[in-house]
Ligand binder design. Sequence first.
Ligand code: AQP
Length: 351
Amino acid sequence: MSISTTVPAPNSKMNSESNTKKVMLSAVTPSNTLTLGNYLGALKNWVGFYENYDCYFFSVDLHALTARQDPKALLDHTLRALANYLAAGIDPKKAKLFIQSHVRQHAELSWILTCHAYMGELSRMTQFKDKSSKQGQNIGCGIFSYPILMAADILLYQTDLVPVGEDQKQHVELTRDLALRMNHLYDTELFKIPEPFIAPVGARIMSLQNPLAKMSKSDTDPNASIFLTDSNDQIVKKFKKAVTDSGTEITDDPAKPGVKNLLTIQSAITKKPIAELVEGYRGKMYGHLKLETAEMVVAEIGPIRDKSNQILSEQTELMKILREAAQAASVQAELTTTKVREALGLLSPAR
Ligand code: AQP
């Protein structure tokens, strides 16, 4: 199934009245090198969004701190993520590409929202349950409260739409609850109420070693994820080792999650429906499917890897883009925080 065909139409009434585009916001956590999942589930779709929406695409370095990070690696991953955005074709003149911590209001609004959130609603977050169960005894407070930082990310820009995976939908619901609570409590429209935009089925890329789990940056099995830094050889090797299923026939069958994952990757790249791809594999073996998927992935992300390396080798232009976008984002962020400060009785400093 094609994954980028359902960009909701902007609200023409609002556009004609205010002459502004609706706001769309999305981000990736630089907790490691970005994966093929991040690319096909997020970056590749973003390219089509900014013609119709005012887009904020950023790298959420403060979110990465919820797990212990090596400082140098965090810096590298943060810059590489932004280089990946540019190399994937996102136009910095049409979308704001920036680093979360460069807009100080994210942390400020996060604290204010923390004081309006309840322990109960945060404990119900499935991602908290999943992530905390992996952390043993010393569960960091950041793991518990990061959905509030995510809410601040969204509400600062008066966002209309947030493209999220199914697993993040709960966080957008929390954001909506917090926004409605604050608007009601202070009897003024401090925040726009955002809507989740769920990409159609097919955007979720699974681990090559466990096709029942999402392909993840932090997977400890190096063969489970394709990273946007992998060499062509590494990509081919990982696909050759990909876990498939019993049997030999290539079909779109929930009982064959490994095969389905490879077909999903091909579909996300070619935009062809899975049924059409399956037709082309009649009488062929799993080996064909693995190799052809590897070749498609090499053709798709190889140039992004090379372009990213080039962008990172001449960082002046990248830094200029990041600085200007952060300045532009800060203007909107400051409008929102000023409104919030005034409503709460906090004296605004002269910035
Ligand atoms: N496997 C995936 N398939 C499709 N989309 C994916 N995204 C991430 N993995 C896949 C999408 O990428 C965007 C940014 O996600 P993120 O990196 O901030 O957080 P995440 O979803 O928690 O990604 P990881 O790789 O699993 O992070 P770690 O390992 O650090 O916890 C989102 O739009 C997400 O849907």
